[in-house]
Design a protein around this ligand. Structure first.
Ligand SMILES: Nc1ncnc2c1ncn2[C@@H]1O[C@H](COP(=O)(O)OP(=O)(O)OP(=O)(O)O)[C@@H](O)[C@H]1O
Ligand SMILES: CC(C)(CO)[C@@H](O)C(=O)[O-]
Ligand code: BAL
Length: 283
């Protein structure tokens, strides 16, 4: 696996693949890789001849007071994991190469960015859209893979790719990969590493309470009451606050007030100072 930190070298490497008639998949990450990320790599490998992973802890998507400095950085371990998955290329640019002095452009996707995580993390999706737009232009992949754990992020990226006519050869070039969970149901996330042992054990109440809510709504429970019960379970179970617990259309993200085949439950909640997110489809 080649590890590349300069754009000219990246272009040479990708052009080399392309000139040999090979397709290229991009898997963007912020590193501290876990089985969720590795599943994205495996899916990418199944669908393209070459896989490029990126690791970049993007300062523009962290708000003031968020965990930019504390975010785990473990490039050596990550590159060994990527190598063992057969990833062909690691793009790991320094911050100054992505945002050189004078950088002044922001990609801001309306509507789909505004609620849920967009409301609790103002500016977050502008930072995500800006860096993903850059990564897609830098690597120019045929396909790009993102996890459904960050469902709203996937919706923002799909909207951006359509709105800006990003040059991607397939209509469904932005691919979503289902959430990979721990044995107790907690969605894998780099930020789970922040949890103390006891908070980690308590965190399993999140997917369990979400499943209960989804099943209650499927049995005809009132949506508002099911969401209220979900919030109460999280707070009783050791979460200190719930940023949101919402029942929404999975495509438009518009609020729904009843069971619907396309509905999804979205939750963000904090435990031990760590903000966890999850989502689940209607039962
Ligand atoms: N459990 C998971 N299942 C599927 N995809 C995942 C999972 N966790 C992360 N991903 C995906 O991996 C990609 C890189 O995510 P990122 O590096 O931010 O990791 P993360 O575990 O989501 O970290 P964070 O704690 O910052 O949310 C994203 O597309 C994300 O949706
Ligand atoms: C897509 C992404 C790599 C952009 O920085 C990040 O938001 C993430 O890891 O989900
Ligand atoms: N996986 C989402 C990246 C973030 O929370 O900043």
């Amino acid at each position: 696996m080649q590890t590349i930190t300069r754009l000219t070298m990246l272009r040479n490497a990708v052009d080399g693949f392309r000139n040999g008639g090979e397709t290229v998949a991009l898997v963007p990450t912020m590193g501290a890789l876990h089985e969720g990320h590795l599943t994205l790599m495996r899916r990418a490998k199944e669908e393209a001849d070459r896989v490029a992973a990126s690791i970049f802890v993007n300062p523009k998507q962290f708000g003031a007071g968020e965990d930019l400095d504390a975010y785990p950085r473990q490039l050596q371990r990550d590159s060994e994991l990527l190598e063992s998955e057969g990833v062909d290329l690691l793009w790991a640019p320094p911050v100054e190469a992505v945002y050189p002095a004078g950088f002044a452009t922001t990609v801001s996707v309306g509507e789909v960015s505004e609620e849920l995580c967009g409301a609790s993390r103002p500016g977050h999706f502008d930072g995500v859209a800006t860096v993903v737009c850059k990564l897609l232009n830098q690597v120019r992949p045929d396909l790009a893979f993102f996890g459904e754990k960050d469902w709203q992020q996937l919706a923002v990226i799909r909207r951006m790719a359509r709105d800006l006519d990003l040059v991607l050869p397939y209509a469904d070039a932005i691919r979503g990969v289902p959430i990979v969970r721990e044995a107790d149901g907690l969605a894998m996330s780099s930020r789970n590493a922040y949890l103390s042992e006891s908070d980690r054990a308590k965190a399993a109440v999140l997917p369990a309470a979400m499943k209960q809510a989804v099943e209650a709504i499927a049995r005809g429970a009132d949506v508002a009451s099911a969401l209220e019960a979900l919030r109460a379970r999280l707070l009783e179970g050791g979460f200190e606050s719930v940023d949101y617990a919402e029942w929404r259309d999975g495509d438009s993200l518009a609020p729904l007030d009843r069971q619907d085949a396309n509905a999804r439950l979205f939750v963000a909640a904090r435990i031990g100072g760590t903000r966890l997110i999850d989502n689940m489809p209607a039962a």
